[in-house]
Write a protein that binds this ligand. Structure first.
Ligand code: ANZ
Ligand code: ZN
Length: 757
């Protein structure tokens, strides 16, 4: 056997062999199933980033571990392939998105394969494939037919640079999430999904989920449930009433004015003639402002008096009605009762405009509601705006006829395919509007001339259901066979970045609940257990970016160190969910460990002790179960350092434990031991609980030879472990104070002596 692990030859050899023997093919009908899923990537032009394989390696280890434990595992990979970057690239370089995406996917697939991940490639899917988006369109129509997809005129977030509408979630600090341009408000007719119908269920069922608490909290805040009341105020002149939403009906006696949002529909009726000019000017000015600018607490308050007065139903006093941009049209009723004595924003406003502040006694909330209003639960969650005026997405399958109005595209005419004769230059209108071939269509009702909807769907629609499709990716009769979904779903473990806390994860939950209500699936939550991977930073501790020049290219790392070293280093970096910097000498250490494993098969001496391997088996088993991959890698390293003697059986156990982490090298060593079957089809080792128990020893701590403490350790505790605990001991601390340790004498399991000056 060669002295050196030649990763280039050996890893390639096994990757080809595994593919040929279809080692990772998903069993057709699972008995004991595990569905282990990665958030599928957007195949960008720059290729795989070292951040991608972090989660992928974790789920790969888990998948291999589960297979070895006798589970039938579904572990697929696919591509979230629609979206703006491909279209922007097309605009810049003149290459059709379908073409550039196909190229990127090929590169991504190659790169992922070079890591030795155990995906079942026969289930690969691509959201921009007509065979896939046919079902995206079909699902849209299911929601449409149930009244969960509707069209309405609405003020929408508009990015002037990308020339498209953005969902609220895609506006970060008032700017476009993609290009950073300041977002403006525009009144447009758009498609929405009625996710608000599910607000309560989306909130209540969070408690069922084994998800990181911060993600659950973000979803909870995003849904934003508030309990309060609606109260109507009569106008002094005129019959209209102004309805407000308040969480503090108990403060009604202190309401000394009212504020309507500048978009409020009553304004034309109630504004008095002398105030019209000022009010209209203010309305115009508000249009340029984002919600965030309008609602920031520290912002200087502005507004205009409408000339109208309302009657406070509790005090019967006449109070002025104002407009101000700090009241939003899209929350509650778009109007508030202002209580400057209790609300900070109202106080600032009242002080600025000299409106009375009345500190009146509070009354119990139930009494206030009973006397003056009705109980109301309000949510921050808004309906999901899904139409985009862009090309590279699934066309919305709706037809407009002058005679018959709006009709869904008949199921047998799906998919509505994207035309390829399109000019991509953005103009604010969807590029599809400029394709005659696409637009001209017969009305499904009267057969007369009609036109297609020329918007496409938000790419988050594509990714809201892909996990169903993996259960049955080639089905051309339905989005996935009901029985197969029942066999494989829900997803048992889902891994991806925390940046998806409110978008993708909320939408996927909504889709699942809607499909449950429609009778297609028998579960209401798609992802039972969720784990996040943290960012891998550059070696300088900063976020990796081209401009900083701190990007680590996975291809180069694999070329130099091999896939097994790359995988193990990705896991060794630190706790999966933490942000952590890439350190090149760290991977050198992992590589050195693997070379040691490679040689060990030749050098280990026959031993008989089973205690250590039992302990290791227990540790690796629980570390994988608990997603503690970094400590598992450390345990392998320690084990080899401490055990020169192993029986052949124990050495084989070691290899099996290591196989999910370093699948190539362990497979090769396994075959060198004359095994005919793959190491990856072996059963996961069992351990004897009795042999894993730690023995406790007492270690004496001395300072200059005098005993200062006796501390308990598990036997075999290392010098650094003992030292750390010794230095934390109060008495030892006292005797070391102001002195410098010049020497340490350490006798394992017995003593540590600090020599000081
Ligand atoms: C009177 C009052 C007195 C209020 C007080 C608060 C404190 P959350 O908890 O976020 O639901 N509000 C209602 N609709 C609004 C809108 N469209 N734009 C801006 N503000 C609006 O907040 C509910 C409170 O926010 C409501 O209760 C209302 O002010 C204000 F001491 O009513 B409150
Ligand atoms: Zn018609």
């Amino acid at each position: 056997m060669p002295e050196i692990y030649d990763h280039k030859t050996i890893e390639k050899k096994w990757q080809e062999a595994w593919e040929k023997m279809q080692l990772y093919k998903t069993p057709e009908h699972p008995k004991k199933k595990q569905y282990i899923l990665d958030m599928f990537p957007y195949p960008s032009g720059v290729g795989l980033h070292v951040g991608h394989p972090e989660g992928y390696t974790a789920t790969d280890i888990l998948s291999r571990f589960m297979r070895m434990q006798g589970f039938d595992v579904l572990h697929p990979m696919g591509w979230d392939a629609f979206g703006l970057p491909a279209e922007n690239y097309a605009i810049k370089e003149g290459i059709a998105p379908a073409e550039s995406i196909a190229k990127n996917i090929n590169r991504f697939r190659e790169q992922i394969k070079s890591i030795g991940l155990s995906y079942d490639w026969s289930r690969e899917l691509n959201t921009s494939d007509p065979e896939y988006y046919k079902w995206t369109q079909w699902l849209f129509l299911q929601l449409y037919k149930k009244g969960l997809a509707y069209k309405k005129e609405a003020y929408v977030n508009w990015c002037p640079k990308d020339q498209t509408v953005l969902a609220n979630e895609q506006v970060i600090d008032g700017c476009c999430e993609r290009c950073g341009t300041v977002v403006v408000q525009k009144l447009l007719s758009q498609w929405f999904f009625k996710i608000t119908d599910y607000a309560d269920r989306l909130l209540n069922e969070l408690t069922k989920l084994n998800w990181p608490e911060p993600i659950k909290l973000m979803q909870k805040n995003w849904i934003g449930r508030s309990e309060g009341a609606e109260i109507e105020f009569e106008l002094e002149n005129g019959k209209e009433k102004i309805k407000v939403f308040t969480t503090r009906p108990d403060t009604l006696f202190g309401a000394t004015y009212m504020v309507l949002s500048p978009e409020h529909s009553l304004l034309p009726q109630i504004t008095t003639a002398d105030r019209k000019k000022a009010v209209n000017e203010y309305i115009e000015k508000t249009k340029a402002k984002s919600e965030l600018e309008r609602t920031a607490l520290e912002k200087v308050k502005t507004g205009e008096f409408t000339g109208a007065f309302a009657i406070n139903p509790a005090t019967k006093e006449k109070i002025p009605v104002w407009i101000a941009d700090y009241v939003l049209a899209t929350y509650g009723t778009g109007a508030i009762m202002a209580v400057p004595a209790h609300d900070e924003r109202d106080r600032q406003f009242a002080e600025k405009y000299d409106i009375p502040i009345a500190d009146k006694p509070l009354m119990p909330i139930p009494e206030a509601i009973k006397k003056f209003g009705t109980k109301k639960i309000q949510y921050k969650l808004r309906d999901w705006l899904i139409s985009r005026q862009r090309y590279w997405g699934a066309p919305i399958p709706i037809i407009y006829c002058d005679k018959c109005g709006m009709s869904p595209v008949p199921d047998e005419d799906l998919p509505v395919k994207l035309p390829d004769d399109v000019d991509f230059i953005p103009t604010g209108e969807s590029p599809l509007a400029r394709s005659k071939k696409f637009n001209d269509v017969k009305c499904p009702k009267c057969e007369g001339p009609a036109r297609r909807d020329h918007d496409t769907m938000d790419t988050f629609v594509d990714s809201s259901w892909y996990f169903f499709r993996f259960a049955d990716p080639h089905n051309d009769k339905s989005f996935a066979d009901k029985k197969k979904m029942k066999e494989w779903l829900p997803v048992d473990t889902y891994v991806g970045g925390a940046e998806h806390a409110v978008l993708h994860l909320m939408y996927a939950r909504f889709f699942t609940k809607a499909l449950f209500d429609l009778g297609y699936v028998n579960f209401e939550e798609p992802f039972i257990k969720l784990r996040n991977q943290g960012l891998i930073l550059g070696p300088d501790g900063e976020k990796m970016s081209k401009s900083r020049g701190n990007v680590i290219n996975p291809d180069e790392v694999i070329e130099q160190f091999g896939a097994d070293a790359f995988r193990m280093y990705e896991m060794f970096l630190g706790p999966l969910e933490d942000a952590k910097p890439w350190q090149t000498n760290g991977i050198v250490g992992v590589k050195r460990f693997l070379d040691k494993v490679w040689r060990y098969q030749q050098v280990f001496e026959a031993g008989t002790d089973n205690k250590q391997i039992n302990k290791l088996t227990k540790k690796i088993t629980s570390d994988i179960e608990n997603f503690k991959f970094n400590t598992a890698v450390a345990s392998f390293m320690e084990f080899l350092n401490e055990n020169k003697q192993l029986s052949k059986e124990n050495w084989e156990t070691f290899l099996i434990l290591l196989a999910p982490f370093a699948p190539h090298m362990t497979e090769d060593l396994w075959h060198q031991l004359k095994h005919k079957e793959s190491i990856h089809t072996q059963s996961w080792p069992k351990y004897n609980e009795k042999l894993t128990k730690e023995e406790t020893v007492t270690v004496v701590v001395q300072v200059l030879g005098r005993v200062r403490a006796s501390l308990a350790f598990s036997s075999g505790a290392s010098q650094s472990e003992v030292k750390e605990k010794a230095l934390a001991d109060a008495n030892v601390k006292r005797h070391l104070e102001g002195k410098e340790i010049v020497k340490e004498i350490f006798v394992q399991d017995k003593l540590i002596n600090f020599v000081v000056e």
